[in-house]
Design a protein around this ligand. Sequence first.
Ligand code: ZN
Length: 210
Amino acid sequence: MPGGNHETELEAAERRIRNIPKCGAAKLARMEQSFRDLLEAIGENPEREGLLRTPTRAAKAFEFLTQGYRQDLDEIVNGAIFSSDASEIILVKDIELYSMCEHHLIPFIGRAHVAYIPNGKVIGLSKVARIVDVFARRLQIQEQLTVQIADALMSCLKPVGVAVVVEAKHLCMMMRGVEKQNSLMKTSCLLGCFKDDARTRSEFLSLLKE
Ligand SMILES: [Zn+2]
């Protein structure tokens, strides 16, 4: 497309990078220093070749993994809420989820399933995944993450009900060899009609199984 204003791959990548809410240079430098200290504390030599840039890379990784702290929910959903007279369950299943356990700073990974019944308003599907990320990219415990996703949808859409199920494997359990190598933790948060109405709840559960 010569002369068109089509975004190139590079431009798209840079735009995505720019959209990561930054910590700022001072905080990044503090994180780098912390990672250098950590390397020394475990008996490593931060000056050896393989580790020279590790504090910088680890600080940037942490900046990315905690970007949810610096994101604004309203900004994310802005422009993606539409009027609708739909009144059935809308379910977004199998949203990939990567978060970090606040007790060990070790990842937990899994999937989120998010459902709601609209009350005049629906939200773009991709935004549901963005909402999951806003809360997953923080230090978390799974129970709280599940509730926060549900609360966020409740507050953005004022739907008739919201249901969120998160299933995740916690590397802090698996890697540290606490017997439960393959355990999958499941948490749920049901609000509105999903909580109050047994039929809606069982319809949701059977949709999940499909
Ligand atoms: Zn943990």
